[in-house]
Design a protein around this ligand. Structure first.
Ligand SMILES: Cc1ncc(COP(=O)(O)O)c(C=O)c1O
Length: 361
């Protein structure tokens, strides 16, 4: 039977499966499968969101000037070079649409964020996954993968699902070895958890082919609202603004996002809490024989003896209401990614893994 056909390659895209949030028959759920902030959004953002309800008949501002100004003030950036997206996901899709396509190669590290691959495929581009070295991005391997057909390079730093971060010296080496007509995307979705680090903004300031992406979904607890942003050279921002729909962010999202970014105290307090809990969780699991790499994000990647043990542990944790993330689709079937919860949640995770180990022994 005749029917409309999508563009070649679209049906090869695997459907993205989000983190699990329920288990049948279990009431007390601890959701650690989507790297969400355990504290929820700042009260300031909730207030701004509620206040926006009375003017929902108005279209949102299309230039996002309030949110962009808040971001420029807080991060010390040029407001003209900031673009906002419906999550940083949307900006990844704009980048793939504008700078890749059939015949263009898109490089990403093999354990990098899945959406690079999915949006590059949606644009008809060829994806080039590059192996990592012990779950750290391998800059030399990335440089070796560049060909005359390369259009885009995505670098998640810290990585997801690894949580590992490469140094600014390594980023500088990647940029220095990349031809100037290839666009490098520094995805700093978790940069807010690192004190005194700009997520790579300094490289955007000094290079014409570097873009930084950030999100309010993690530190700011606004994943449900969908607010991300990018910082790039003017010529790239001008291109992305042509691909962007004028009303891509809703008025409530803009209002809450701006309030959150102006809430500096929230960042300081949550960063301190996350990083202390992360250290404790990492050490306690290591004492049980479950190791993870030093993470710079709001999650850890716990490694098990093999895939069977990781899956059995996941099944056990689910049975007691703890939902973590399997990462086989990232090529890490022997590992489980766990969002760092508050200290009460951390103690529950450690007790759960300990009980699993004891009953499996
Ligand atoms: C590395 C990385 N980049 C981008 C995103 C997308 O974030 P959002 O679309 O919620 O802004 C995520 C979300 O998990 C991520 O881990």
């Amino acid at each position: 039977m005749k029917q409309p056909k999508p563009q070649p390659g679209i049906l090869d895209i695997e459907l993205y499966v989000g983190g699990k949030s329920t288990v049948q028959g279990v009431q007390d759920i601890l959701k650690l499968s989507s790297n969400e902030n355990p504290n929820g959004p700042p009260a300031s953002a909730q207030k701004a969101l509620a206040a926006s309800a009375a003017t929902l008949h108005r279209y949102p501002e299309s230039d996002h000037s309030g949110l962009r100004s808040a971001l420029a003030d807080f991060h010390g950036l040029d407001v003209q070079k900031i673009i906002c997206g419906c999550g940083s996901d949307e900006l990844i899709s704009f980048l793939c649409q504008a700078y890749s396509g059939p015949g263009v190669e898109v490089i990403h590290s093999s354990h990098g964020f899945l959406m690079y691959k999915l949006y590059a495929m949606a644009a008809g581009a060829t994806i080039v996954p590059v192996p990592e070295a012990e779950r750290y991005v391998d800059v030399d391997a990335m440089l070796a993968a560049i060909t005359p057909r390369t259009g885009l390079i995505f670098l998640a730093n810290p990585g997801n699902p690894t949580g590992t971060k490469i140094s600014d010296a390594d980023i500088a080496r990647l940029i220095a070895g990349t031809p100037p007509d290839v666009l490098i995307v520094l995805d700093g979705a978790y940069a807010d958890y690192i004190e005194d680090w700009d997520g790579g903004a300094r490289f955007v300031k000094s290079h014409n082919n570097v873009v930084m992406l950030r999100t309010l979904s993690k530190m700011y607890g606004l994943g449900g609202l969908r607010v991300g942003w990018g910082y790039g050279p003017q010529h790239v921002i001008d291109v992305l603004n042509r691909v962007r729909g004028p009303f891509n962010l809703s008025a409530p999202a803009l209002a809450a996002g701006e309030a959150a970014v102006r809430d500096h105290a929230f960042v300081i307090s949550h960063r301190g809490q996350n990083n202390a809990a992360r250290r404790w969780l990492t050490d306690e699991l290591a004492a049980l024989g479950v190791l993870s790499d030093p993470s710079e994000a709001n999650f850890i990647l716990a490694r098990f003896a093999d895939q069977a043990q990781a899956e059995a542990c996941d099944d056990y944790l689910q049975s007691i209401g703890i939902l973590v993330r399997r990462v086989g689709s990232y090529g890490l079937p022997h590992a489980l990614r766990m969002t760092v919860p508050d200290m009460v949640g951390c103690a529950r995770v450690v007790a759960g893994v300990k009980a699993f180990m004891e009953q499996a022994a």
